[in-house]
Design a protein around this ligand. Structure first.
Ligand code: GH3
Ligand code: MG
Ligand code: MG
Ligand code: MG
Ligand code: MG
Length: 308
């Protein structure tokens, strides 16, 4: 399948739009206009909007600016600061034209502005336009930053996020932890069950990892063949060991049969943990090396365990 096939197949899926406005009548107008072409969700204030962005994961948010308690700008800032919601496209809907405010909105990461009272035909065209751009952008990101087999972050994504998190934790003098993981006796698994089933196993293990490590700023990535790595910013050594234990338990719990492993009769994983309070000038690769050394120790001590 090439990129153009993927684009076409994506187009067949109805896009999701979240409409946010404190005036029900405004929501109704936009909903009426767009519900034939998109899957519409609605929120009547900023807090509800943030909740729904996490749960519904819309492609696009039509965001009113003037709202009580949390205004549109504040909502947009939160969305863009959270890696889980940062890719959601934001179009502001505003009652009055204000040059300075519009510039501010674009600086916050909005892709467009629509003025009230809305012009239905232009609004529809603008939404459609942003939708196509969003779809193309998602696809490029998917190819650049995610692993094709498991769908989790790839190594490039890891490197990028690790240096960002390193800088942040250095600035705030907060601990950062890494967990390096490697499936046990996976060569045996492939040799006996075949490469296809090996791929299927990788997919299930990756899912167990991302189900376990799921705070907004954590990242689980495929580091290499059957190796994974987790970044846990703002996490202590004790906290990271605890999460690593949970990963080991959760991989056991999915209970993938592995008759030929001499560790257990099911697929297991080993983990190495390393933590530091980083300094800006330190080489962050040293922390990767340390986690890798611990992983090696976990293997030597019998696998299916955490070394720290
Ligand atoms: P250990 O417990 O020491 O980690 O042993 P191991 O057998 O897991 O380690 P080894 O490095 O000897 O083997 C790794 C295996 O992982 C060999 C390789 O074929 C397999 N592998 C790597 N990437 C993939 C993949 O994408 N799909 C499948 N099916 N297998 C893969
Ligand atoms: Mg309003
Ligand atoms: Mg390996
Ligand atoms: Mg292995
Ligand atoms: Mg080996």
């Amino acid at each position: 399948m090439d990129i153009s096939d993927l684009l076409i197949s994506q187009r067949e899926v109805k896009g999701k739009i979240l409409i946010v406005d404190d005036q029900i009548i405004n929501i109704k107008i936009l909903r009426q206009l767009l519900h034939d072409d998109y899957d519409i969700h609605m929120a009547k204030d900023g807090h509800q909007a943030l909740e729904m962005c996490s749960s519904v994961k819309p492609d696009l948010v039509l965001l009113d600016i003037e709202m009580p308690t949390l205004n549109g700008f504040e909502v947009c800032r939160e969305l863009k600061n959270n890696p889980k919601t940062t890719d959601i496209a934001v179009i502001f809907i505003t009652g009055h034209f204000d040059e300075e405010k519009e510039v501010q909105g674009f600086q916050l990461g909005a892709v467009d502005f629509i003025h009230k009272p809305i012009n239905p035909i232009i609004t529809k065209a603008r939404v459609k336009n942003q939708f196509m751009l969003k779809r193309q952008n998602d696809l490029l990101l998917k190819f650049a930053l995610y692993d094709g087999l498991t769908g989790i972050a790839n190594r490039r994504h890891f490197e990028q996020r690790f240096s960002e998190n390193w800088r942040l934790c250095a600035r705030e003098q907060k601990p950062i932890s890494l967990i390096m993981l490697d499936i046990d006796q996976f060569k045996q698994y492939n040799d006996h069950y075949g490469h296809q089933q090996g791929d299927d196993c990788l997919l299930k293990v990756a899912k167990a990892l991302s189900d376990t490590v799921n705070r907004p700023f954590d990242l689980v990535a495929r580091y290499g063949g059957e190796e994974f790595i987790c970044i846990l910013p703002n996490t202590t050594f004790i906290g990271a060991q605890h999460i690593a234990q949970k990963i080991i338990a959760n991989v056991q719990a999915i209970n993938i049969q592995h008759e030929y492993s001499n560790v257990a009769k099911h697929v297991t994983i080993s983990a190495g943990v390393a933590t530091t309070i980083p300094e800006q000038e330190h080489l962050h690769d040293l922390l990767i090396e340390l986690a890798d050394k611990q992983l090696y120790i976990a293997k030597k001590q019998g696998r299916n365990q955490v070394a720290a």
